[in-house]
Design a protein around this ligand. Sequence first.
Ligand SMILES: [Ca+2]
Ligand SMILES: [Ca+2]
Ligand SMILES: [Ca+2]
Length: 509
Amino acid sequence: MEKQRFYKRGKVSYVLFFTLYLGSFICSLLSIAFVGVFLLPSILQAQERSPTSRVQKPKYVPGEVIIKLKSEAVVSKQKMIERPTETGNRMLDFLNSKYQVRAVEPVFKQRTQESRTLTADELSNVLKLKIDESKDVEAAAREYARLEEVEYAEPNYFYFISAIPDDSFFSLQYGLQTTDKNGIDAVEAWDLERGSSNVIIGIVDSGVDYNHEDLAGKVLKGSDFVNNDEDPMDDNGHGTHVSGIAAAISNNHKGVAGVCWNCKILAVKSVDMDGSGANTWIANGITYAVDHGARVINLSLGGSNPSRTMELSIQDAYRRGAVIVAASGNDNANPVEYPAAFPEVIAVGASNQQGVKAGFSNYGTYLSVVAPGQAIYSSLPNNRYQAWSGTSMATPHVAGLAGLILSKNPSLSNIQVRSILTSTADDLGDPGRDDFFGFGRINAFRALTEATKPGSGGSPTPTPPSSSLPPPPGKTTPGICGPFLQTLGAIFFLIVGRKFWNRDLRCKR
Ligand SMILES: [Ca+2]
Ligand SMILES: [Ca+2]
Ligand SMILES: [Ca+2]
């Protein structure tokens, strides 16, 4: 009787448990089918429609591999540069001849003496290998990365500008209006500060039309890393648009007002006429901008690959005190793109005229703040003006405000500026920091009020944020692993559970 009851109870609980397990498994399968049938097509469609001005470009520069030699590497850089197939290192010589390395050169150029001493070997050990163009760049990078002498190897990825022309002139420059008009409250802020010509904002972009009526005279001509010349004239329009948002000549009865009226713009061309920039061009642009006095760096561009070369230049700029601002990306995806996703960078998403997230704006854990980015009116080459949309347009609002803050209080560190930007932002969406708006939409008036307070922005001797690489962004995919593991679990349960059940009964008998 006792045995039978036990037997029955065991069987009932086993059947019950197994039914529940099977139920949850079927639920998972159904949810995957749902995602596959209904959601996936719309996700893919949304990505196809994503509002960027990207042209069909390869993911990286053909025939180029970037490697960083370890500081203690026996192979001298000079040997690599002079005779790539006779370095004396067997494996390196083997790969260099396998991939028919035609030329090797340092990635980072034109470094000033002062910056060189600060960063020692960190940047000078980064080399660009020109391999035979018919070879597989990704395979080459993988092979070089395995060498003991090599710290990392990667393709020379392209990043892209994040903007589209927008014909809606409806709300001209709402982005600078008061909070109730969904702007950043710049009009009130200008009573406190209109910017100093001592503060330089580095626009690392497609160049700047330095002859534009609303920019002429305030643009410092930097360098052109795309065409390797000293003339950063804009042949795309994007850099001129971004520059106007950050710091157009204002109150001149022409064109538009910039956020920081009197800040200087350092024009650095790192993006080509099609709107894409190789990582080596952009990384060079960043170090160049800091070398030439930029306290704020605007990066209205991005991509999904966490380039180590880019990260090195960002860390270098950060260590030297630059405020680095970058676009979150225009795919309405989580997480944000690189370089915005690096911890040293202020990642900027876009809000719109309604004060909600712009439909295209990327979001997630790494998002710092938002700024107006939809239908933003600004300058274009040849004295033109147009409204464009994108996180590219949101970013220079933040760069301009960082310029105003540093004009008001030049002694602030980059961490303090960041802290002021985030702590004075207007909270949007869910209360407190959230993944769609970060700390909220920047507020110029509140930020400048904060910047004038003694001890503003927290500790004057800031510690850098964790420099560990955030996980690479990827589109969220439905979890295939869950049901797979569940199936395995169910089989395991069937076999082991049955064994225990039998043994249990045997023992009790
Ligand atoms: Ca040029
Ligand atoms: Ca103007
Ligand atoms: Ca919020």
